[in-house]
Ligand binder design. Structure first.
Ligand SMILES: [Cu+2]
Length: 304
């Protein structure tokens, strides 16, 4: 039976390595198990950091799995008739297995500082009044779109012609569908209407928690036209699984056409067609004051 356990322990690093290989061999295509291709040129370092950390974890994972297997195999009670000999630890060993991980972790903490600041802190800037970049009056780039997460959907709003949000020419977007122009830096403002959500676009390596009552700013530059998945990465309620959206990366012309179509939907109505209220009045033969609610009330009254 002892051999069974040692082989079971051996299966952990073996299966782990096989999963890794399966992921690497299917990097693209319908069976892709790995990350989708990164289309955000402002987040290339995220993948490098991920690969480095994965390599470190992988080495430790496989090594400890093999050591565990070897000890359970070699010192299995069924093949050892020597009595058990207890030892009271080894200071030398303990020192090294504390010092080496500490050095690795501190090294990682320092190494990732630049990636973190590029992705989360150093917001893209615009030239200020002097028209020159990298001067004292540079302004942070204002958001071109706003995301409002709510149970259980994504709502989008675009800055209108004045390029500013929260002004009268804002354009209301489609639910669960965000459009951006290809190859341009985009800044987004994230808000939550109810609970914690997390805005995650795997193909952009972009992920940000959204905390109700506060605003998060994200930025990216999508360099490949296409349609990419938007998901919520924070369990936000029973319908969390439904919080799926699409990011459509398209040419600047297509993007402008899309905004125009949204604007048309928002401001124009075909007045040759009757409104919902007019249809109701026509079909029910009633006018003003007695909507569906009034009908229900009279029915309820009649039942008494
Ligand atoms: Cu959510």
């Amino acid at each position: 039976m002892g051999r069974f356990w040692s082989l079971l322990f051996l299966s952990v690093p073996v299966l782990g390595t096989l999963c890794y290989l399966a992921g690497m061999l299917t990097r693209s295509g319908p069976l892709a198990l790995w990350f989708p291709e990164n289309v955000n040129s402002m987040a290339n370092e995220v993948d490098q950091l991920h690969d480095l950390i994965l390599a470190l974890i992988g080495i430790v994972f496989v090594a400890t799995g093999l050591v565990l297997f070897w000890f359970t195999w070699k010192y299995d009670a069924s093949v050892n008739d020597q009595p058990v000999r207890f030892v009271h630890g080894s200071h030398k060993l303990e020192f090294w297995w504390t010092a080496i991980p500490a050095v690795i972790l501190i090294g990682l903490a320092i190494y990732q500082l630049k990636v973190w600041s590029d992705v989360k802190i150093r917001r893209p800037m615009l030239a200020g009044l002097d028209g020159q970049m990298d001067t004292a009056d540079d302004q942070p780039m204002p958001p071109q779109f706003e995301v409002v997460a709510r149970q259980f959907e994504w709502r989008f709003r675009y800055a209108g012609e004045d390029q500013l949000l929260d002004t009268v020419d804002d354009i209301l977007g489609d639910v669960n569908e965000l459009h951006v122009p290809v190859g341009e830096i985009q800044v987004g403002s994230l808000k939550a209407a109810d609970v914690l959500h997390s805005f995650f676009i795997p193909a952009l390596r972009l992920k940000s928690d959204i905390v109700p009552g506060s605003q998060q700013i994200v930025w990216f530059r999508a360099d490949k036209p296409g349609s990419y998945e938007i998901v919520c990465a924070e369990l936000c309620g029973w319908g969390h699984y439904k919080m799926k959206g699409r990011l459509v990366v398209e040419t600047k012309d297509e993007y402008q056409l899309y905004l125009q179509s949204l604007r048309a939907k928002q401001y124009q109505r075909d007045f040759s067609q009757p409104s919902v209220a007019q249809v109701y009045e026509r079909d029910s033969g009633e006018t003003g004051g007695s909507g569906p609610l009034g009908t229900n009330l009279s029915l309820a009254g009649g039942a008494q």
